[in-house]
Design a protein around this ligand. Structure first.
Ligand code: UTP
Length: 515
């Protein structure tokens, strides 16, 4: 909300609104600009009686438990938090939200997919796709998009996840690695690929200042666009909204599926239209092996006139915690690992391979017009999921921080892959884990910084070998050297081959950073 009021410089304002349903009075928190006081984020304190009546009607009166203890600033904060909630929409969301539940195994079928390496009959299609993908990039019709609004609780990082240093030698952050991939595509294809980065309220400012501190890693100011996703209140299992503090409501970002709505609501889709962007290369902030501008994937997506395409890999094990692509009544869908029937997870084909083996690595190509259609007139049609999490909050019954045992909270999230069944001609393209997927999710163990660094080294070593550079290896076959290829040097084997002549020999125990 922004209000312009002419006022003498230096004067404070305090006045009652003529008809104050909720707003009792404004406080000046604006800046004096060009003879006008500009209020951004107006402070106000609600009329307690009316607020209490309203919350009682909504079954949320406990939110005012500490009202009597709060000073004016605290009351203003709490009123603003309460007022930011559209309770009608919140109730609809809550009523429609789904708990994790096993999918019906009778309905799940193996989806169709294109192979990683084209079979003889597909070779010319893949060559045509590469040429088309390169042209679409050169013509500026492809944008990159990263969802970076998550809270990274498993990693336990007190900063945006993209700022996490992951380069095994360089220490480059996830954001820098993606930026270099985009810069490399810009140079190769002679374009300025716009990069849309979705943040959330709690990490937006830190993310933007991180990029500014690093001069946007050499990208143009106009081509790095930040936008923030929506939030949803966190509740207890009965739907009572939780208090994070006595004067603050507990909110959490509304899931990566919130990115589609956020693109529309923040004017990003209009921005894309203005720039002539038709295709969006979507990826998560946690996967350093992603290629933000993969001509073959982009080209196959466009060639097959798919509205939404996805990369997939085989599962690491039957119980890997990864969503799976399946076909249900002819529609491509993702079933979360928690909802995937156990008996199907271990099922084998007659050849002895895993039957349902199409893991979702959250790398998609999405048409801008598809997102416009899904979001409609800002009416999202993606389902809401309930996730039971431990969330520290103030227990309004004991009037003190909730004990571990009582931290039973419900977070509400949308998932971007729930949009896939709405797409026409969805396409699934196989790739390999080794080439494209090693997410940083956990502080240690599987899918951690340690495994991601290991996989960057393994992939770098394999690329070097493919270019005729010998890699010393240990008895177990792992590289006996530390090698890292930054995207600024090469983004695949073909681009590495062009520079192979400049690379020195590698001895056992060597460290080599190519950037
Ligand atoms: P995760 O599901 O791994 O969640 O997100 P997270 O929040 O990063 O980590 P945990 O679960 O708290 O440990 C997968 C991707 O989706 C983005 C994340 O930033 C990551 O790139 N995401 C997730 C959002 O952008 N917004 C969200 O609300 C949730």
């Amino acid at each position: 909300m922004r209000i312009y009021i002419s006022v003498l410089e230096g004067r404070r304002l305090s006045f009652a609104t003529p008809n104050p349903p909720i707003l009792r009075h404004f406080q000046t928190n604006g800046a004096f600009q060009n003879g006008k006081m500009v209020f951004s984020g107006v402070n106000y304190v609600a009329n307690e009686t009316q607020l209490r009546e309203r919350l009682t009607r909504l079954g949320q009166e406990h939110l005012l438990t500490f009202w009597g203890e709060l000073d004016e600033a605290g009351r203003s904060r709490l009123s603003a938090d309460i007022d930011s909630i559209d309770f009608e929409a919140f109730e609809k969301m809550r009523a429609s939200s789904e708990d994790s539940a096993d999918a019906d195994s009778e309905l799940l079928e193996v989806p169709e997919s294109l192979p990683h390496t084209p079979s003889a009959g597909l070779e010319s299609t893949y060559i045509e796709a590469r040429t088309l993908g390169e042209k679409l990039l050169a013509d500026g019709r492809v944008a990159a998009m990263t969802v970076a609004g998550g809270q990274a609780t498993r990693l336990g990082l007190d900063a945006p996840k993209g700022t996490f240093p992951i380069g095994p030698i360089s220490g480059k952050t996830l954001f820098q690695i993606f930026a270099e991939g985009i810069l490399a595509a810009n140079q190769r294809h002679g374009c300025n690929m716009p990069w849309y980065i979705m943040t959330s309220k709690s990490n937006h400012d830190e993310t933007v200042s991180f990029f500014n501190k690093h001069n946007l890693f050499g990208l143009k100011q106009d081509d790095v666009i930040f936008f923030s996703q929506g939030f949803a209140p966190i509740t207890d299992p009965e739907g009572r909204i939780l208090l994070a503090e006595k004067d603050r409501i507990a909110f959490s970002p509304n899931g990566h599926g919130g990115s589609l709505l956020a693109l529309a609501q923040n004017g990003m889709l209009d921005d894309m239209t203005r720039r002539g962007v038709d295709y969006i290369s979507y990826f998560q902030v946690d996967n350093p092996l992603v290629n933000p501008a993969d001509p073959v994937f982009i080209g196959l997506h466009a060639l097959r006139q798919s509205e939404a395409s996805s990369l997939t890999i085989g599962k690491a094990s039957d119980d890997e915690k990864v969503g799976l692509f399946v076909s249900v009544a002819g529609k491509l869908r993702v079933v979360e690992y928690s909802d995937f029937p156990e008996e199907l997870a271990s099922q084998r084909t007659t050849e002895g391979t895993r039957k349902f083996d199409f893991a979702n690595i959250a790398v998609h190509m999405l048409n801008r017009t598809f997102i416009e259609r899904v979001v409609g007139q800002n009416h999202m049609s993606l389902p809401w999921h309930r996730a039971i999490k431990k969330v520290p909050h103030i227990d309004t019954q004991t009037r003190s921080p909730a004990s571990e045992a009582r931290q039973n909270a419900v977070k509400y999230e949308m998932f971007v892959f729930d949009a896939l069944p709405l797409a026409t001609k969805p396409l699934l393209l196989q790739t390999t884990r080794h080439e494209r997927f090693s997410p940083v999710k956990n502080a240690s163990g599987v899918d951690s910084a340690e495994t991601a660094r290991r996989d960057i080294i393994r992939r770098s070593a394999a690329w070097l070998e493919a270019c005729g550079i010998s890699i010393p290896r240990k008895a177990d076959g792992q590289p006996d050297c530390t090698v890292e290829i930054s995207p600024s040097f090469a983004t695949d084997i073909a681009s590495l081959r062009e520079k192979a002549g400049t690379i020195r020999q590698i001895s056992p125990g060597d460290t080599l950073l190519l950037e």
